[in-house]
Design a protein around this ligand. Structure first.
Ligand SMILES: O=P(O)(O)O[C@@H]1C[C@H](O)[C@@H](CO)O1
Ligand SMILES: O=c1cc[nH]c(=O)[nH]1
Length: 357
């Protein structure tokens, strides 16, 4: 009997595989960590199930296989928005040790996160001024703290997917093995206290579909917004009882707009009523959605298309059932933005601690 490793917890998987001597569907378990203590990758079986007939975008050593054959015709690949390329930079030497990529809207948050990780993991970077590695492009910011890359993606799907796709190519060119990508963001919550953290279990678009819909050559394609359920559960399991905030699992709607796209009443345009808004938000709630932001469905879809495990962890700035305006003061919002960093930091710290044992 083969186990569906994606559906069960790490602890249970460890127990079953080691004690019951069962075979696991996930070949990464064996290769990546013979002691079966830490984290595993998207399994080939699941990939084949979800993508019948589609090549698995991963090499046997865990490096990313870019399935776009046109790339092979390029002498040099210019990662324009990252300000990097495959000719002038030794990408494996600079980025080959990366294990985690964390992305979020603002440059300041992502610099703070890199600094936080440097201190948490006691890295040499903790005493250095972090350098923005994309400074030639002036679009985004990317900082490296040891095995963690911290990258800003701006607001909304087009901005996020542009840099995410270059990050995926960067990881492939740098020969990074089995990376995990997180988005650490902010959002509006649904019926949970402001300041709560939501670990996304699925992405939803503005039409309530679990897909990211993108027109390609004049026709809309629908990419499933699926995230790695193990990453989600493991991140959630690391929330601790004495945190002064709650951490919830739930769906996340990625809206294409902050105002009418999120059912707000306080934008410059609005032709619907408070009742219409509440009906919509309650429908979302009924579908298991816990929060609304502007990237989740596309982030889930593109990381999955690349065969990369990913998670989305956002703090909520308000309860959308009670209002639309973001009213907490700057200091509170800054403090709350640290919460996804703390939660993801625990995951990253545990990953490396498990490997020291
Ligand atoms: O990661 P951030 O804080 O940018 O995420 C949300 C979604 C949009 O990007 C933005 C809207 O205020 O915040
Ligand atoms: O309501 C909110 C708050 C932050 N970010 C969003 O996209 N929506």
């Amino acid at each position: 009997m083969y186990l569906r490793s994606v559906d069960i917890s790490t602890e249970y998987l460890n127990y079953i595989v080691s004690e019951k001597k069962m075979k696991c569907d996930c070949d990464f378990v064996i290769r990546d960590n013979p002691r079966l203590v830490a984290h595993y990758d998207n399994c080939r079986l699941l990939w084949n199930e979800l993508n019948p007939g589609k090549e698995y975008p991963r090499n046997n050593d865990g490096t990313i296989k870019l399935l776009n054959k046109h790339l092979q015709e390029l002498k040099v690949d210019i990662l324009y928005h990252l300000g990097l390329d495959t000719q002038n930079y030794d990408l494996p030497a600079i980025f080959g040790d990366v294990k985690f990529v964390c992305m979020g809207g603002t440059k300041y948050r992502m610099r703070d996160f890199a600094q936080y990780i440097a201190e948490l993991l006691d890295l040499p970077e903790k005493n250095k001024k972090l350098v923005n590695l994309t400074k030639h492009s002036q679009r985004y910011a990317m900082y490296k703290a040891g095995p963690v890359l911290s990258v800003s993606h701006g607001i909304g799907v087009p901005s996020m997917t542009t840099v995410l796709q270059e990050v995926i190519k960067l990881l492939a060119y740098a020969k990074v093995k089995d990376p995990i990508i997180f988005r650490i963001g902010t959002s509006g919550g649904l019926d949970i206290p402001p300041g709560s953290v939501v670990v996304t279990s699925f992405g939803l678009n503005g039409n309530l579909g679990k897909t990211f819909d993108i027109p390609v050559l004049g026709k809309t394609r629908q990419l499933p917004s699926i995230l790695d359920s193990r990453v989600c559960q493991e991140v959630h399991s690391l929330s601790v009882d004495n945190d002064d905030f709650g951490t919830y699992i739930g769906g996340t709607m990625g809206a294409d707009d902050f105002y009418i796209g999120q059912g707000r009443l306080d934008g410059p345009f609005c032709d619907y009523t408070q009742t219409d808004k509440m009906t919509f938000l309650n429908t979302l709630k009924g579908l298991g959605v816990r929060n609304i932001e502007m990237e989740a469905n596309a982030f889930a879809a593109y990381t999955r298309a690349a065969g990369i495990r990913a998670g989305i962890i956002c703090v909520t700035f308000l309860n959308r059932l009670l209002g639309d305006q973001v009213t907490p003061n700057k200091a509170t919002l800054k403090e709350w933005q640290k919460r996804p960093m703390i939660v993801v930091g625990r995951y990253i710290e545990k990953y490396f601690e498990d490997r020291k044992m």
